[in-house]
Every structure is written in structure tokens, then in C-alpha cells.
Design a binder for this molecule. Structure first.
Ligand code: AMP
Ligand code: GLY
Length: 421
């Protein structure tokens, strides 16, 4: 089979790495990919948001199956676009991807079907939203309805901060139409966990869980990022917790989407807060997480391509899926200044040494010169270095041994990923 992966982050490098291990795969393409994927696949110079270009590339190269990493092309309808052309593709349709693409859609679905989530009100009037916020207990959460590259959520500690967030969304329109409607949501308190299931719209795989570190600096200080590290499985994970989240949240959500006429085929990602009143949904995503993918795919003992095909063809119930008990810890190395402005183009030293210690998944990197070995930084999150072990402690030690080998100007990383466990 010829397979194409869409995207260019460390999540997509991890997907390509795991797909390469499948016995069914002869050729692998990544669009647009990075320096890491170019070493194991053929990169195609097509942006992950150019749906027409991606479909043309799939037709031109005779791609049998496409796997989409990021949410933007899914929310824009890449799956519908490929299916119309008779091209096989893994992921939810545009309508099903609204579970991530519209927070209002997701909230209404959860409320209608009794799926536990924070109380929220929807507003399309700035004035009404402001009056509501002033009458609510603090902190209070303001969320743009649509996709906002991970920047659409503000957990406001004061009324002024909440009003500022509302103004940015609804008046200044910094997220464009994505912020014309907002949700104002109660603040949930507890530990946060990311859970993932494969589903073909009816059957579901066993769940796998990971913890993500969203803030830029040690001790959860600094601005929110796409994610600075992760580990799996969480030390507090148990069969009982898995069953509770599966039965009270994931299964009812998959059923509800099917009932609403948009069956979800793909990976459903639940962002769950473990509150004192039980697990509650913070958000749903319609894809794998980054950097969670980098610590869960190395734990998948089954053939990934077989699972993805089974999802697409609606026969997941006949496909065994096994997660190993092994622990993984992933540390993200980022460009100085990230998630604000940063410079790129710095040579990255020590990659072969790091690869001898752990798994190194490339995010924002590019090949310095075609055919030559050098790699340059080319984005905010540059690498995810992953350690594996019998325990999280062993995995963590291995990840940081790998990180210690790598250097690029201005690069930084958190030192407390999976610490103290
Ligand atoms: P999202 O963009 O929906 O992933 O939200 C980003 C982050 O904001 C989440 O991972 C949570 O840490 C936080 N967050 C979102 N909604 C809430 C909430 N209702 N209560 C507390 N924290 C929240
Ligand atoms: N790690 C958070 C996300 O992928 O959305």
C-alpha cells in the first residue's frame, strides 16, 4: 500500500514512524513533513490546509490511504473532499469534526445527551456576555466557539480579564468568525487527562490515556502552548477510571454523534477533568494530540495501519488493539521565545547521539541542504524526545538523557516533565 500522512509536526513524524512499521506499507509520503519524516518517507511540498492540492497529490502518486494529523484540514472537510474523489482517508467528516471545530456544537450535544461537562452559556452579543460574566463566580472560562489554534480559551481570574477576553473575541475579532460566538463556562477544578479511542462510529477501541503539560515553563508557569511534554500511562490511571470515562463519556458521545446523523470515524480525543464530582469533559478533539501521540504510539503493540483501515471500513469490532504496559515520557524542545515570536534556521547538533538513547520525533525542522546531513530549526516546537521504560521514572531518565545530547541556539525545554512521580 501507498500511504500519505498529512501534517508537519512531531505528531505526524510519530505517525509516519509507526505506519512505516506496518507490513502492508510499501511507499510512504508526508505532506508537507519535516526533516525527520524526510529520512523515512517522501515529503511532498503541499500544505496541510491545501485540500485540493492534497487530493491532487494523492491521485498523482497513486496513494491508497491517507491519514490526517491536524484538526484544521479535518474541520475544513478534507475527508469529504477525498471521499468525493473515491480516495480512502482516515478521519471524521466535516460534520463529525464539529465536535472539535465548534465548542457550541459540542456543548449542546453533551447537554442534550447527559454527558458530564461544565455548565456553560452561549453568547453572540458582547453586551449580554459581559453582564453574564459579572454575575458569575470566579474564575470563569471564556471560549471562542471555533478553531483558534489553541489560543481561544481564557481561564479568567478577574471580571476585567474575562471582559478583555470577550472583547478580543467578539469586538476586535482576533480569531475572526471563530470568535463571533463564545461560551462562558464554569471553571472545573481537578487533574486533567487526555484520553483517546479509535472508533468507526459504532465500535470503540480500548482507551489510552496521557498527561500533557500546556504551560511553557517549569512548575506550570508562563503562557499556554501547544504542549511542552507528556507521559503515558498516567500514574493515577486505573481500570475503574477507564471504565467510568468510557461508559459515561466516550461511548455516549460516539452514540450521540451517530444519532445526530454524523457518525464519527477516527480518533476521538477527550480532554477530561477529574473533578470531585467525577470526570467531566473540558473539550473534545477530532484527532490525536500533540505531544500525546509521541508517547502513546510507541505503546501500541498492534499494527497501526490495520487499525486505521478497520476504522475507515467500519469493522473495528473485529480488529484486536493492544497497548503495552510500558511507560513513555516525551520532552518537547522549543525555539527561544515560543509560544511568542521566535527565530528559526539554527543548526541542531547532537541528533544522532540523542537517537541512540531514545526516540526523537521532529516537529519544526528542515533539512539544511538537500542530500546533506544537517538539520535546522524551523518552528516553535522543534523536537519531542521520548524515553521508554518499565516505569515512568526509567522512561523519564531516558528522555532527558536524549535531550541532553541536543543543542540549538536559544532552544529550551521543561525540566519537570513526569517529575516527582
Ligand atoms: P482547550 O483549548 O479547550 O483545550 O482549553 C485549553 C485549556 O484550558 C484546557 O486544557 C484546560 O486546561 C483549560 N480549560 C478549558 N476549559 C476549562 C474549564 N471549564 N475549567 C478549567 N480549565 C479549563
Ligand atoms: N496536546 C493538546 C492538543 O493536541 O490539542
Amino acid at each position: 500500500m501507498k500511504v500519505m500522512v498529512v501534517g508537519n509536526g512531531a505528531r505526524e513524524h510519530a505517525l509516519a514512524w509507526k505506519i512505516r512499521q506496518s507490513r502492508d506499507v510499501s511507499d510512504l509520503y508526508v505532506a508537507p513533513g519535516n526533516a525527520g519524516t524526510s529520512a523515512m518517507a517522501t515529503n511532498l511540498p503541499v500544505s496541510a490546509t491545501d485540500l485540493e492540492g492534497l487530493a491532487q497529490a494523492a491521485l498523482h502518486h497513486g496513494v491508497d490511504f491517507t491519514v490526517v494529523g491536524p484538526e484544521t484540514p479535518l474541520a475544513a472537510g478534507i475527508v469529504d473532499c477525498f471521499q468525493e474523489r473515491g480516495l480512502a482517508i482516515f478521519g471524521p467528516t466535516r460534520k463529525a469534526a464539529r465536535i472539535e471545530g465548534s465548542k457550541v456544537f459540542a456543548k449542546e450535544l453533551m447537554v442534550r445527551h447527559g454527558i458530564p461537562t461544565g455548565r456553560a452559556e452561549v453568547f453572540d452579543s458582547y453586551d449580554k456576555a459581559c453582564s453574564y460574566v459579572k454575575a458569575q463566580p470566579l474564575p470563569i472560562v471564556v471560549k471562542a466557539d471555533g478553531l483558534a489554534a489553541g489560543k481561544g480559551v481564557t481561564v479568567a481570574k478577574s471580571v476585567e480579564q474575562a471582559v478583555r477576553a470577550l472583547k478580543e473575541c467578539m469586538v476586535e475579532r482576533v480569531f475572526g468568525p471563530a470568535g463571533d460566538r463564545v461560551l462562558v463556562e464554569e471553571c472545573l477544578v481537578g487533574r486533567e487527562v487526555s484520553v483517546f479511542v479509535f472508533t468507526d462510529g459504532e465500535s470503540m477501541s480500548p482507551m489510552v490515556a496521557a498527561c500533557d503539560y500546556k504551560r511553557a515553563h517549569d512548575g506550570d508557569e508562563g503562557p499556554n502552548t501547544g504542549g511542552m511534554g507528556s507521559y503515558s500511562p498516567p500514574e493515577f490511571w486505573s481500570a475503574a477510571l477507564e471504565r467510568e470515562i468510557q461508559e459515561r463519556i466516550m461511548r455516549p458521545t460516539v452514540r450521540a454523534l451517530a444519532q445526530q446523523g454524523c457518525p464519527f470515524k477516527g480518533i476521538l480525543y477527550g480532554g477530561i477533568m477529574l473533578t470531585e464530582n467525577g470526570p467531566q469533559v473540558v473539550e473534545f478533539n477530532c484527532r490525536l494530540g500533540d505531544p500525546e501521540t509521541q508517547v502513546i504510539l510507541p505503546r501500541l503493540s498492534s499494527d497501526l495501519v490495520e487499525i486505521l483501515l478497520a476504522v475507515t471500513e467500519g469493522r473495528l469490532n473485529k480488529t484486536p488493539i493492544e497497548w503495552s504496559a510500558e511507560a513513555c515520557v516525551g520532552v518537547v524542545m522549543a525555539s527561544g521565545g515560543y509560544p511568542g515570536s521566535y527565530e528559526t534556521g539554527f543548526p541542531i547538533a547532537g541528533l544522532p547521539q540523542a537517537e541512540r538513547r531514545g526516540l526523537v520525533f521532529h516537529g519544526g525542522t528542515r533539512v539544511a541542504r538537500e542530500g546533506a546531513p544537517g538539520v535546522l530549526s524551523d518552528g516553535g516546537r522543534v523536537l519531542t524526545v521520548v524515553g521508554k521504560g518499565q516505569s515512568l521514572r526509567q522512561a523519564r531518565a531516558q528522555a532527558y538523557e536524549g535531550v541532553a545530547q541536543v543543542h540549538f541556539e536559544g532552544g529550551f525545554y521543561r525540566k519537570d516533565i513526569a517529575a516527582g512521580i
